[in-house]
Design a protein around this ligand. Sequence first.
Ligand SMILES: [Zn+2]
Length: 446
Amino acid sequence: MFNPLRFLWRVNNRFKSWEEADIKKYQGKQIDKLIKFAVKKSKFYSTFYNGFDLTNFSNLPFMNKQLFMDNFTQLNTVGLTKEECINHCLEIEQSRDFSEYYKGYLVGMSTGTSGNRGIEFVSKMEAFLMQLLVFFRFPFPKTRKIHLAFILRVFSPGFGHNGRKIRITYVSPLDTIEAIVEELNRLNPNLISGPPSVLHVLARAKDEGSLKVSPLLIISYGEVLSSNVKKIIETDFSCSVVEVYKSSESFIALPCKDGKLHINEDTTLVEVLDKNNEPVKAGKPGFVVVTDFIKRKTPIIRYKLNDLITVDPEPCSCGSKFRVIKEVHGRADDIILGRKTNSDELQFILPDYIRRSIISSSDYIEEYNAIQTSPLNLTIKLQLGANVEKQAMKEIERTIQKSLEKIFTIHASEVPKINFQYVSLKQDFDKKLRRVQRTFEEDFLN
Ligand SMILES: [Zn+2]
């Protein structure tokens, strides 16, 4: 019989007292069980792994979104078809009743930026285990009752709750910021969770006085949280901002009491690899490959995400040996690529360098986009405050140009031609905010 108290004890014990060797040992066992299960129960995996040595995990082929979606019907272990899941998702998107179960499962659909949508699907038990993990491990502020307002762009199954101690209310990112402000004022939550682009706008509303809530803690998810946006949100709300890192495939990391983002080593195996699929050292950026130990209905094994992260080489002050993610850099296809000056190779430049050099150039910059259309062309779109004179605009351009020149030069890359545009950049709350984007394809990680 499943005993939640025992689970609570285990979840906390692992996090607090496990050494690296304990983590490795546990993960090895979980991998073993998962692979045996997948080959036995999933038609897709039994064919996919045909001819591979199942005991050699790091030689197993990678999974990705395309493979997952193309083979969804054969991959899941409960006999649902891709078509029926998609139809169900389209229906609940109309009714927006996300708590509805389909044949006993919670099914959700994620939006892909290029229109390729992914299906996320969990059983009641899997959803319950993930909820428990979050509730037990998340550093909730000490208060009698938690009321979390969850600003949710797309539905993620299994996180609704209305208990005695914890209440979670979904706030849909409606069409206007005024509507979100009004809804939050009405709910008066003591915790707010949302994508940083929405939180950033809410911080402005808080500063101007239209938003009246005073949360104890703010949780950022779903997009890159840059250091300057974090600072603005913390200042305007006078509270801390912590990050959670979750994809449709796995709940990857949760913050600790010291605010650091720890990988959930006991539920997700995270591999951080370079472009030759070799593990990178902590402190260096690499792309994320996840294996989920909870999901059995849609086994997620060596699933290559499109994200780039850096693991912190330093241990956390909280004492846990679970690895800390120092930075989530964002989607690999939003990484700027410079053309090396001494060869034809492309050098990747992390988006945070670009973000920082633009935002620190002038206080007049309210919003911006950097779009790289080719290795030698970069468009910077700027939204400036009111009444900025031509002369000041020229000065801003010069400062940005200089700062970007420096960054490309440090990366031994040719400086692209920079084209400035002045536009109104209204944030569309239904879409992920991508301040730095690359529009040409280059599979630099493979
Ligand atoms: Zn910690």
